[in-house]
Design a protein around this ligand. Structure first.
Ligand SMILES: O=C(O)CCC(=O)C(=O)O
Length: 317
């Protein structure tokens, strides 16, 4: 069930939140993001955004894949909660009994700013969790449109207002059957609006760009470490066997002490070569993957976001 709760806070509290979270409120540092379209051009997203989240007990931030996954120009950095957003999160968690660990904070400067029709990617979200949209400022209309392939008997289209100082809860079922979005509306009539979209995400990203959790092949951080260890062990065993083979092949190493010393040196050398070859292959894949994006970004003077890990990640999902 979706649910809209109006008058979430007192009028004074709601105004204070709006002022604190506005770009000139000094709490949120918004970024301008661009999406990469299918025809390989970059399109400015008509809104500003910022990202906040809770670290898990392993010290990693959750990672939610959305359209932003194809945004190359800026690294998306999740920050820890700022005071106003933290207070809001605590408040709605208490009120609903749900928990959230990640927020997209969206600033719509006027009616020209919008959000295209989409449904949220459920892969990274906790099963059965709700998506909470807390709105402040101008009222904007949320459009819900039934997906073509949906088997639900609900209405084909639903439109309703999201007023300032409200909490909208979107459940998994509705998100599965409907796409939603905020259309542009006539510029001069609409003032700014801030939406804080909270999600409960169960996929996490390590500092070196590896993913684990619900939306990854690795369930825990420990699984990643285990896989790395297995790979290293395999590398050492393989190098060892190759060393033994080389020693056996060349009779020059017939003396025992010479066998031992050269064997050890060979083993180290071959292990290093394997590590290097792996590195070269990885670098090459990174290079090819990012070349097209780099060209685009250089043309437009954007920062590059290395997407390699994301692509690698998507392969598993
Ligand atoms: O601004 C809103 O209310 C909609 C936000 C939204 O659809 C999203 O972040 O996925």
């Amino acid at each position: 069930m979706t649910q809209l709760i109006e008058n979430l806070l007192s009028i004074d509290e709601a105004n204070a939140v709006l002022n604190a979270l506005r770009p000139d409120g000094n709490e949120i540092e918004y970024g301008q993001y661009y999406a990469l379209t299918n025809d390989h051009s970059l399109v400015r997203l008509p809104r500003l955004m910022a990202f906040q989240a809770s670290m898990n007990s392993s010290g990693d931030f959750p990672w939610y894949r959305c359209t932003m996954s194809s945004v190359p120009q800026n690294k998306i950095n999740y920050m820890s909660w700022t005071p106003t957003v933290q207070k809001l999160k605590d408040f709605i968690e208490q009120r609903t009994g749900e928990t959230w660990n990640l927020a997209h904070i969206i600033y719509y400067k006027d009616g020209e700013d919008s959000m295209g029709m989409h449904s949220d990617t459920m892969l990274d979200l906790a099963s059965g969790s709700k998506i909470a949209v807390v709105s402040f400022g101008s009222t904007r209309q949320l459009d819900l449109l039934k997906k073509q392939k949906s088997t639900s008997d609900g209405p084909s289209q639903i439109k309703f207002d999201l007023p300032g100082n409200s909490l909208f809860l979107l459940d998994e079922e509705t998100n599965k059957h409907y796409v939603h979005g905020i259309k542009k509306t006539r510029k001069n009539q609409i003032e700014d609006r801030i939406a804080i979209v909270f999600r409960h995400v169960t996929t996490f990203k390590t500092d070196n760009g590896k993913f684990y959790g619900r939306g990854s092949a690795f369930l825990t951080k420990q699984d990643i470490i285990q896989r790395e260890t297995q790979r290293k062990i395999f590398q050492y065993i393989f190098s060892f066997l190759l060393t033994v083979f080389i020693i056996w092949l060349f009779p020059i190493f017939s003396m025992n002490w010479l066998k031992l010393v050269t064997g050890g040196i060979f083993w180290l050398f071959i292990s290093m070569v394997f590590g290097q070859i792996e590195q070269i292959i990885n670098n090459y894949i990174n290079k090819v993957n990012n070349e097209r994006l780099q060209k685009l970004c250089q043309m437009k003077n954007f920062q590059i976001w290395d997407q390699t890990n994301m692509r690698h990640f998507l392969k598993y999902s």
